[in-house]
Design a protein around this ligand. Structure first.
Ligand SMILES: [Zn+2]
Length: 268
């Protein structure tokens, strides 16, 4: 994988915005860009390519974007993190400023006092060990398995601390949309909840490992899709999101504009 002018320009722009002086934002990696990276705390023992990888990984960490290991190698995970960062910080900047600013306040709603997803020690203090304290949630309307829609799901396993909240949310969804609306908007296509696993290419556990994250309609809300493609970004789903956000749940799509299928009971 190689670094192009686009990558370098993006890095220079971020350095400039952080008050380091990378020289002109021209996509050419020179002495000043390297010095600015060092000023931003990067490791002086690294080659130019690796120091840029280290910087992208640090930026990804700051923005809670998954990037794999802190290894300062420009591999597929880092490339992926770059794409997400680029979309988030470059392409959508203007749009983000005007995009549903009233949601910002809702993001802070946290009536159930969900903990932050990092550090993991705090999350474990609240939820315990991965895969433990699970209970069955009886669904107020039947779900279908997203990858096999002939299979009906009447209940699923979730953490006992999120059980009541999930139940309230799904009941609200039912009264807001009715069963026909739910089917029409595919709000019954369930992509899983409890699943003990590490994050994409990373060393940390996914929020699914505690049964505190749920995926819905993964086919129409794919991991890398932004709001230009994800179904859940459309206005007919605003009420769906209000149901979740009023209980303090966090949509990665609404807050980070990727992984729109995913909703979790942990703050970012
Ligand atoms: Zn998920």
């Amino acid at each position: 994988m190689s670094l192009t002018k686009k990558h370098i320009k993006f890095i220079q722009k971020q350095l400039q915005q952080a008050g380091k002086n990378p020289g002109p934002v021209d996509g050419v990696f020179g002495k000043k860009t390297r010095q600015a990276l060092l000023a931003a705390g990067m490791n002086p023992g690294l080659s130019n390519k690796r120091i840029m990888a280290q910087y992208i990984q640090a930026l990804a960490k700051q923005h809670a974007i998954e990037y794999g290991k802190d290894d300062a190698y420009w591999g597929p995970q880092t490339e992926y993190a770059f794409d997400v960062l680029y979309d988030k910080l470059e392409l959508d900047r203007a749009e983000q400023l005007v995009w549903r600013p009233e949601e910002l306040q809702e993001q802070e709603t946290n009536p159930n006092h969900w903990p932050h997803q990092t550090p993991e020690s705090v999350l474990r203090e609240y939820y315990g060990d991965v895969g433990e304290h699970q209970t069955l949630l009886e669904l107020p309307y039947p779900h279908k398995l997203a990858w096999n829609t002939r299979q009906i799901v009447q209940r699923y396993s979730c953490h006992e601390k999120v059980h009541d909240s999930l139940s309230r949310i799904l009941n609200k969804v039912l009264s807001a949309y009715g069963i026909d609306g739910i089917k029409q908007l595919r709000l019954d296509l369930w992509g899983g909840c409890l699943n003990v696993r590490k994050m994409r290419g990373g060393s940390r556990y996914s929020m699914h490992s505690w049964g505190i994250a749920v995926d819905y309609d993964p086919d129409h809300n794919q991991y890398k899709w932004g709001r230009d493609r994800a179904a859940f970004a459309r206005p007919e789903y605003n009420e769906w999101w209000r149901c979740w956000e009023s209980e303090g749940w966090v949509s990665l799509g609404r807050t980070r504009n990727f992984d729109w299928m995913h909703i979790q009971a942990a703050k970012l």
